[in-house]
Design a protein around this ligand. Structure first.
Ligand code: F3S
Length: 106
């Protein structure tokens, strides 16, 4: 499966959603995650993300490994998102912030 990582938090650009052929994205208040049940590993979302938040699970950097179970768990209870929406208001300010995992609004 593919996994959304920390870089998405408080940005949530949602460009990734429009290219997903299986509607695998789920929307939280300040991040998206991918449902491992729906992802077919086509990888078309990867280059769409302006902050490079999306990885194939085997390629997730060590600092981001915790997001593999986070995607699996939160995708069970967050709603499906099938079309892009406006980024969060301060998305461009948060895009370059490295350490923002504590900002995740579950
Ligand atoms: Fe997040 Fe990137 Fe999609 S910021 S919402 S993974 S385009």
């Amino acid at each position: 499966t593919h996994v959304v990582t920390e870089a998405c938090i408080r940005c949530r650009y949602t460009d990734c959603v429009d290219v997903c052929p299986t509607d695998a994205f789920r929307a939280g208040r300040n991040m998206l995650v991918i449902s491992p049940d729906d992802c077919i590993d086509c990888a078309v979302c990867v280059p769409e993300c302006p902050v490079e938040a999306i990885f194939f699970d085997a390629d997730v950097p060590s600092s981001q490994q915790r997001f593999i179970p986070i995607n699996a768990e939160l995708s069970e209870r967050w709603p499906v998102i099938t079309r892009s929406v406006a980024p969060l208001p301060d998305a461009d300010d948060w895009a370059c912030v490295q350490d923002k995992a504590d900002e995740l609004d579950q």
